[in-house]
Design a protein around this ligand. Sequence first.
Ligand code: GLN
Length: 484
Amino acid sequence: MDLAALTLAELREQLRTRAASPLEALDAVERRIAAVDPHIHGYLHRDLEQARALAATADVTLPLGGIPIAIKDVLNVRGQPCTCASKILEGYIAPYDATAIAQLRAAGAIPYGRTNMDEFAMGSSTENSSVRVTANPWDLSRIPGGSSGGSAAVVAAGEAYAALGSDTGGSIRQPAALCGCVGLKPTYGRVSRFGLVAFASSLDQIGPFTKTVRDSALILNAISGRDPQDSTSVAEPVPDFTATLDRDLKGIRLGMPREYFIDGIDPQVDSAVRKAIRHYESLGAEIVEVSLPHTDYAVAVYYILATAEASANLARFDGVRYGHRAANPVNLLDHYGRTREEGFGPEVKRRIILGTYVLSSGYYDAYYLRAQKVRTLIRQDFTRAFEQVDAIVCPTTPEPAFKAGERTGDPLKMYLADIFTIAANLAGNPGISIPCGFAEIEGVQLPVGLQLIGKPFDEAGLLNIAHAYEQSTEWRLRRPALPA
Ligand code: GLN
């Protein structure tokens, strides 16, 4: 049996019954990486020796005992590099574990490998990585989505049983959709952000990439909960998210937001999503049309607020405390200026400049403050819609994966890749993307994602709805054919 092909739940069973050992599970994944990562380029770094030491002593009776999990290069894992795929953090070694990592370790998991991403999680294709371009496992000439493209690609390519990513405007759901895996953004506050390098603190959430919805529930079980080190984490009870997966959908109401079925969406994506919605009806769910009237403003609001927060958060990279430092500065200003000039890539600079601009005196009221007000309207749209429905169902992305290089010259076009995911971050609601079919483009099959958005802190309901669809369809069984 090839252990690397198993889901996390299946592997867990193998380890618990001692049919396989954690060392074998790790070696299977490492063999798969050696075979396919030269095509995918999903990993930035791995420490096999350290992981083997952990595997040798792993306690397989723990919930994730002995299971290696890949980590987006934006989360601090003690003793490992954490570069956010940026030159400015070259050489930085994390001195502590992020809370989500400490929780994974407490559940017995082994953080194994750092995955590629857009620099500081800014992007939708992973092409903003200062290190390398990651390929989409279904078509190596296409992008895996972003910003957590490495995490999505390694899970889809069978190079990881599961991975963690972060989602500020879609960076878990969008690459999961484009790579054909499951990506969950929990409710804002469900998972501690302590040790996640901050991009936009009021939007960032950590979440899992997995092969199945059940696996996603298993990881969420481990990483959820109030953390005194993150004052925005919430003391909501953490249920066992796997316990309610198998409930039937009778009486469940799903909302189809009028504003998410628009011109410009790829016809094959549109038809796959509509088919999925009809499938939900056959499972007993009732479909209701809902309206999220402020949807049109979401992208604009996001790019004001996210850049404003980023400009403040990234001020800490000054060449004094972490990573890269410019050589031979003539004075302090020259030291800051050249360190940041050399260390940050073009997209990060663009965001810092934009964010500084919208926060500057004279413009603050016109842009930042106004965007905050519209954010409230967007949040109210969701509150109203959820008076009628249990979850919202829509596409995750307007199109399947595009070709590498196709949009790098046009940032605005790139920003539109998140048009359907951003509003859930602005409102704080949980969202999940699951595979719902394929689009054939130039003779190649490319995955299509279905997005479900849930009520705040109702991940249990959301996962139940996602699981029912997944288990009654066959999409989860398809794997990309990779050159061996
Ligand atoms: N693509 C969006 C951006 O570039 C979202 C990124 C994210 O979720 N981290 O900001």
